[in-house]
Design a protein around this ligand. Structure first.
Ligand code: RM4
Ligand code: NI
Length: 284
């Protein structure tokens, strides 16, 4: 096999003094196999494409992160609106007394970054983009410091692409809450939710109870009742439709549950407000 293309520092860094540069690719076109005279971090923002690294193919999309050493050989194929940033750097140009090996994985590896991590990285990269074009001493130091900050953020918010990610507890709850809210009109299956997100159902229920003082099932029932009360009061929808919007297929069963919870049947509940409204308009 012929030797792969090697990208030269002089072609990609505006000056010999600069330790870091941001090469944004919006879009990243297909690009032939190459190695580099420098190191490279690849952060994928949007779109998708096939990234081949050391003969291994990766289907990449937003949130993917690669740490690429000079000798790693990679290419981009069959790209589709792929948008990424290459943060390229030359360790021998670093001047801050930092043990960089702490912040760079030893093996070249593929990672995923959480949405929060991506947002934090984006803002540091924006600053770095500005700073890294200037070659005075302070700008070089600031670029190096920003690069260090970026590495730390990535380290904190990344997880190995091939491992199931254990969400932090706060995020587990956020995910559960938004799934519940989004599915009030249909049946919410906690066991299925836990399977999908590789969470332990028992631990999640316990966490939920600790944080809310309720069990998930109770919470869902109460949310449904709140929605039902609101709809009965503020819309002319038929009771059967209100039932369906609150996740009850059977409107008789809805009435039973509603009456048990509130002490009034759905229509009696609605009537309360109608009488109230009528009285109000009469006195006007
Ligand atoms: C290319 C491609 C390469 C990168 C250079 C700097 O478009 O992304 O991987 O090494 O830019
Ligand atoms: Ni490259």
């Amino acid at each position: 096999m012929s030797k792969p293309l090697c990208l030269a520092k002089t072609d990609y860094f505006p000056s010999e003094l600069l330790p870091v540069a941001v090469a944004d690719r919006a879009p990243q076109q297909t690009f032939p196999s190459h190695i580099h005279e420098f190191n490279e971090l690849v952060i994928v923002w949007r779109g998708n494409g096939l990234h081949i690294m050391n003969d291994r193919p990766w289907l990449i999309t937003c949130g993917d992160l690669f740490y690429i050493r000079p000798e790693d050989c990679h290419s981009y194929e069959s790209v589709n609106n792929l948008v990424l940033d290459n943060i390229i750097y030359c360790p021998e140009r670093f001047r801050l007394g930092v043990d960089w090996s702490q912040f760079l994985p030893q093996e070249s590896a593929a990672w995923r970054v959480t949405t929060r991590g991506m947002a934090l990285a984006r803002s540091v990269i924006q600053q770095l983009t500005q700073e890294s074009t200037k070659s005075d001493r302070l700008s070089r130091q600031l670029s190096e410091a920003l690069f260090l900050q970026l590495l730390m953020i990535l380290q904190r918010h990344r997880y190995a692409a091939n491992e199931a990610r254990q969400l932090p507890e706060g995020e587990q709850l956020d995910l559960l809450m938004s799934a519940i809210q989004g599915q009030l009109a249909s049946h919410f299956d906690l066991a299925e939710f836990c399977r999908q997100h590789q969470l332990s159902e028992r631990a999640l229920k316990q966490l939920f109870r600790q944080q809310t003082g309720m069990m998930p099932g109770q919470y869902i029932r109460q949310l449904r009742m709140c929605r039902a009360k609101f709809l009965l009061r503020s819309t002319p929808s038929l009771i059967g439709d209100v039932a369906a919007l609150c996740g009850f297929d059977d409107s008789n069963y809805f009435s039973v549950v509603f009456t048990r919870e509130t002490g009034l049947t759905p229509s009696a509940f609605r009537q309360q407000f109608e009488q109230h409204r009528q009285r109000k308009t009469m006195t006007l």
